[in-house]
Design a protein around this ligand. Structure first.
Ligand SMILES: Cc1ncc(C[n+]2csc(CCOP(=O)(O)OP(=O)(O)O)c2C)c(N)n1
Ligand code: SF4
Ligand SMILES: [Mg+2]
Length: 334
């Protein structure tokens, strides 16, 4: 795998299992739905994290399907935490590891600290803990599984639900077109914390995802990765379409794949010619009620946001200044 570099990964369009590490850290036997993109994402991400890590995981689908006592699909030391405090628990683990190292009680390199949560647990309920942990500069990686609603409790809208989508709490009808707000931009929120590494990813591009996670966990300080995770149950899509839908999200620029390293934007998967957004929306029952005016609005918004992203990628300077800190030499007291 090490010979198979990041640049090469971009040329591979299809997945070849021999190119991924064989060891499994998220094992089979969990109870996710057929075609669950989130479970696929967890599997790739855990391979990229490698052996020595401690994971704090918010409640949500990936916790419920994988950790019914006395069974677990997780091979890492894994803590199930409440919605609101995932990043706070990760902060505590990071602080404890630093104290153990200072006391000489930690042999070798410390384990990586990873926090994970769904879009509800990240962009709504756990946001303040995440913001605090990023601002304090803890050495951890946060992964958001974004299936664009509170799926585990029956498909309720979150602030990450896309405009026009049907959920049980944003039902379309005479007075409503479904979700009436635009998806919250969690990536921009993470970037605004001036952290070293932020990226978007999707399990439909396994090598792009793999290398981003590797980069994030190796980089000192906080890192944030936002993973689009197709959910056939909540999206009302065919279970054999999950990988294809992830690719369509990227090919239509609904979910561009990029990274922001020390404030500098960089597109990691380029779509030479964008497909119409309809190609992505049509196979999903949650958008079935949308008519031409809404579809046209979504298309124009996606295009405008993509242009803005490309503009950011072209900028020779970063989103925030990174000047090396050189303290003034101490003045001698006369
Ligand atoms: C404080 C709190 N509120 C509500 C719940 C109930 N609950 C459990 S999982 C879940 C949905 C999680 O949604 P999300 O974070 O998007 O993860 P997903 O299930 O979609 O992967 C909810 C509302 C809870 N466990 N704790
Ligand atoms: S509801 Fe969606 S995210 Fe949850 S296990 Fe089923 S397919 Fe996966
Ligand atoms: Mg969700």
């Amino acid at each position: 795998m090490e010979k198979f570099g990041y640049a090469q990964s971009q040329k591979y369009d299809t997945y070849a299992s021999r190119l991924m590490p064989r060891e499994e850290f998220f094992t089979s036997g969990h109870r996710s739905c057929q075609g669950c993109g989130e479970a696929l994402a967890v599997r790739w991400v855990c391979k990229a994290i490698g052996k020595d890590a401690i994971i704090a995981h918010a409640t949500g689908c990936m916790e419920i399907v994988s950790s019914g006592l006395p069974q677990t699909a997780w091979m890492h030391p894994w803590i199930h935490v409440a919605f609101e405090n995932t990043a706070a628990v990760a902060s505590g683990i990071d602080a404890a590891l630093k104290i153990l190292a200072r006391k000489g009680k930690l042999a070798g390199a410390p384990p990586k600290v990873v926090a994970m949560g769904g879009d509800g647990g990240t962009s709504d309920i756990g946001l303040q803990a995440l913001s605090g942990a990023m601002e304090r500069g803890h050495n951890f990686t946060y992964i958001c599984w974004d299936n664009e609603a509170y799926m585990n409790t029956g498909i309720q809208r979150s602030s990450s639900t896309p405009f026009g989508a049907m959920t049980t709490t944003s039902p379309p009808g005479k007075e409503s077109i479904g979700q009436s707000t635009w998806k919250k931009d969690m990536v921009a929120i993470a970037v605004a914390h001036n952290i070293p590494y932020v990226a978007t990813a999707c399990p439909s591009y396994p090598f792009d995802l793999y290398f981003k996670v590797k980069k994030a966990i190796e980089m000192p300080g906080p890192a944030y990765i936002h993973v689009l995770s197709v959910c056939p149950t909540g999206w009302r899509s065919a279970t054999d379409l999950s990988v294809r839908l992830g690719r369509l999200a990227v090919e239509t620029a609904v979910f561009p794949l990029y990274e922001v390293e020390h404030g500098r934007y960089h597109l990691t998967v380029e779509a030479p010619r964008l497909r119409p957004v309809k190609d992505y929306l049509k196979p999903q029952g949650r958008f079935r009620h949308l008519r031409e005016p809404e579809l046209d609005f979504i298309q124009r918004m996606i295009r405008a946001r993509y242009e803005l992203l490309l503009e950011k990628c072209r900028q020779p300077y970063g989103e925030f200044a990174t000047v090396p800190f050189t303290p003034e030499p101490e003045q001698e007291v006369a």
